[in-house]
Design a binder for this molecule. Structure first.
Ligand SMILES: Cc1cc2nc3c(=O)[nH]c(=O)nc-3n(C[C@H](O)[C@H](O)[C@H](O)COP(=O)(O)OP(=O)(O)OC[C@H]3O[C@@H](n4cnc5c(N)ncnc54)[C@H](O)[C@@H]3O)c2cc1C
Length: 102
């Protein structure tokens, strides 16, 4: 669970958030399936969590690559491009993260 399962770069501030979601999902599985062995619980847990945490790990890594560009031309292009992104696009990206039924 948490960083041990899906440590992420800090660019989205999601590491601890995902660890908390993990805890909530694991608790949910334990409460719903008291008859199952722990290994089976963790298999169900992984199934529920892997696509969301993988998406966040990958997106955070991509954001880090963009944030850490060092070539002046690319930095200038990035800074202009970032300013041009409409608010609705940024909000849509945030919705993907925060409006979820994990
Ligand atoms: C500078 C910084 C800023 C961050 N900012 C954010 C943010 O804004 N938002 C966000 O969501 N996340 C943020 N994170 C990420 C977040 O801190 C981690 O993702 C989160 O703490 C992971 O929780 P965890 O419980 O999985 O692991 P940890 O918090 O690392 O906890 C693991 C615990 O296990 C203990 N441990 C290790 N080995 C053993 C052992 N053998 N026996 C017993 N205990 C052991 C450790 O001492 C530790 O207490 C940030 C991280 C850093 C470093």
């Amino acid at each position: 669970m948490g960083d041990a399962a899906h440590d992420t770069t800090p660019n989205m501030g999601q590491g601890a958030c995902q660890a908390i979601e993990d805890a909530a999902v694991l608790l949910d599985e334990l409460e719903k399936h008291p008859e199952l062995e722990l290994e089976q619980i963790f298999t169900r847990f992984e199934h529920r969590r892997i696509s969301r945490t993988t998406m966040i790990v990958n997106r955070s890594w991509q954001m880090g690559r963009i944030a850490q560009l060092s070539q002046p031309g690319l930095v200038a292009f990035r800074d202009i491009a970032m300013r041009c992104i409409p608010n609705r696009v940024s909000l849509k990206q945030m919705e993907n993260i925060y409006q979820t039924d994990f």
